[in-house]
Ligand binder design. Structure first.
Ligand SMILES: C[S@@+](CC[C@H](N)C(=O)[O-])C[C@H]1O[C@@H](n2cnc3c(N)ncnc32)[C@H](O)[C@@H]1O
Length: 297
């Protein structure tokens, strides 16, 4: 179904652009286990359908993990594809220019040895190493890691412990080569308005822990934008951990996740239909979380 006709409930773009934005402080949290939300969806749903080539979009990368700066999600995705021997093209959208700049130059990722004691984190890290056919090594002087700034003494102590015991691995080889030859395209922009799908529609769009950061207008525009750039039978997956409305540091409020049944959001089946989407199924995630999926019809 084409959704070139805009649903009448779609917010006005200019009004959305004029809305105040949330502060950026709490926006970029991530960790290795969260990348598994997408990896599970790839393994369960995408690989059996597209065993040779996958075109995908990763929305909202994240950079602030475990008391230091490091992204995971796009690397975990690339590792899973590479490990399964599947060629891919990946677009990556993030509002944060620092996230995009980091993606372009990062060649190593870091993992706290302490987190090997946590099943979800351990599983994510070991699955990454296996897919990229490498062993981790301990961090040495040649590995510079940027700590996040913290204020509480407890956090500073935890940060010190973590930074003293980091494991290091390279980012997937295919990630580096595809950045160079254009197979991976980082785009700085807001998913509500970004120009996506320019080089073909996607088999999978992953939008994990992002939509709760947008206003309701932003969520609606983002869903419209993403639905328009999915190919027929393509999957949109999303996972928002936030339940209900939460105050941020500046007193502005995070919007609840759009999912109606779980969180009281705006996304009715009628609106999904207007976008050419049908609810598909809840997919496996780590830590008792649910990944929602929608299929383009
Ligand atoms: C909480 S992090 C989630 C990171 C990762 N997906 C995960 O689950 O670990 C949210 C990311 O989305 C990005 N982001 C926030 N608003 C966005 C928007 N409107 N469009 C695209 N990216 C956005 C932030 O810069 C940040 O990198």
């Amino acid at each position: 179904m084409s959704v070139d006709i805009k649903p009448e409930w779609l917010p006005d773009l200019q009004e959305y652009r004029a809305e105040p934005r949330l502060d950026s402080v709490a926006r970029s949290f991530t960790s290795a286990n969260r990348g598994m939300f997408v990896v599970h969806a790839l393994r369960e749903e995408i690989f059996p359908q597209h065993p040779r080539r996958v075109r995908l979009l990763d929305v909202g990368v994240g950079k602030q993990g475990y008391y230091f700066y490091c992204s995971y999600e796009p690397y975990m995705i690339a590792a899973a594809l590479e490990g399964a021997g599947i060629n891919y093209q990946m677009d990556i959208v993030d509002t944060d220019s620092a996230v995009i700049a980091d993606l372009k130059k990062r060649r190593k990722i870091f993992f706290p040895a302490q987190y090997l004691g946590d099943l979800d984190h351990r599983d994510a890290w070991l699955s990454y190493l296996a897919a990229t056919k490498q062993k981790a090594r301990s961090r040495d002087k040649s590995d510079s890691v940027e700590p996040t700034s913290l204020t509480s003494p407890e956090d500073l102590r935890a940060q010190w412990d973590i930074m003293a015991n980091l494991l290091v691995a390279r980012v997937p080889n295919s990630f580096v080569s595809k950045l160079q030859d254009g197979g991976i395209k980082p785009i700085q922009g807001d998913i509500a308005t970004a120009r996506i799908g320019q080089r073909g529609r996607y088999n999978l769009i992953a939008c994990v822990n992002v939509l709760y950061l947008l206003s309701e207008s932003g969520q609606k525009l983002a869903f419209y934008n993403m639905a328009n750039s999915l190919e027929k039978d393509g999957l949109l997956i999303m996972n928002d951990l936030r339940r209900g409305r939460m105050p941020s540091e500046t007193g502005k409020v995070f919007t609840t996740s759009p999912i109606l049944d779980f969180y009281g959001g705006w996304l009715t089946e009628e609106k999904m239909k207007d976008l050419g989407l049908v609810p598909y199924k809840q997919l496996e995630s780590t830590g008792g979380n649910v990944t929602f999926s929608f299929k383009k019809i």
